[in-house]
Design a protein around this ligand. Sequence first.
Ligand SMILES: [Zn+2]
Length: 413
Amino acid sequence: MEKQVLIYDTTLRDGTQAEGVSVSVEDKLRIAEKLADFGVHYIEGGWPGSNPKDMTFFKEVKKLNLKNTKITAFGSTRRSSLKVEEDPQIQDLIKAETPVITIFGKSWDLHVTQALKTTLEKNLEMIYDSISYLKKYVDEVIFDAEHFFDGFKENPDYAIEVLKVAQQGGADFLILCDTNGGSLPTDIEKAFKAVKEAGITAKLGIHAHNDSDTAVWNSIVAVLHGAIQVHGTINGIGERCGNANLCSIIPNLSLKLGYETVPRENIKRLKEISNFVSDILNMPVPKNMPYVGDSAFAHKGGVHASAVLRNPRSYEHILPEEVGNRRKVLVSDLAGKSNIIYKAKEIGIEIDEKDERLTKLVQEIKELENQGYHFEAAEASLELLIRKHLGTLPKYFDLDAYRVLIARRYTDK
Ligand SMILES: [Zn+2]
């Protein structure tokens, strides 16, 4: 049996913290429905205490049929000066009435003393109190150990102690967070090994940010070292350089490493999900984004195109259909005969490689490109050109005669 990795989507919380993103409750509901249909296991809906919009979302989302997907509300541990039952932020989490609550707590001593301005001991109490209290109200409490990897580097004993206390408090998952996104895969591996050696038995997860451009691989390394829950966002959107990109993590784990993530048959909807979120959030997907970008399977060079047409494996790591993408053969001055044959086939015209008309067509394209034409971005013009050369372009007009009129006012200079 394939090993299951739980996909925890935070597009609606961490993702919306990206610069330039603004979503309505309606938008969030539509995305939640789509993600549930896709088969992610958790959807982090927002921070109920932080704004009224998120509270409305939690009320409305209950009316949707989200199948097996669990909605989670996100917040923090109690404040140091308040008892847990008196902390309004904790109460708001309960009011969201979700089956799962995720809270973050500090695991880097620097943050405890400088940001929270409290003692290391008190921070542990805050974590324990908050988790054990919330456990009474929901099925699952997920604990995000914020800045875990930075904390582990500077004060490993304390970072591990935070996890132990969260485990004692009854957390169902301990998520090691690379909040600043500065860690590399080697750091992740080292920390996960140490956590296991320290006797932590709770289920583990990873929450990585992409500031070092390694969030996807950091997440996978975590899985290879025992994480069974992966946090990320669609298209990797998120604060600063974004979160770990689920559109890469899911196919990497499922298609290449033999893990079960979302249901296998849904992976071919990956591009559709990516486009859907991109449209609603108005965040275009970069063309060269792996797996889901428009150019992820585009072939421009003549040699590449001819090889791919003979055997796709020659220049493609997977078949584009597996993730719902499509192969594109581009026609430009770099194109060879194969690109044109492929294009002609797309519009329903079979042409032989040895056909002389093909040589002339390639020549004309190269000449026109040299004059400044750009066929890559003008598929219809290319089609007309192909049809003209192959004789399938109907003659719509005949030139019969013409008349030229020239007029001039005598006041014109
Ligand atoms: Zn985050």
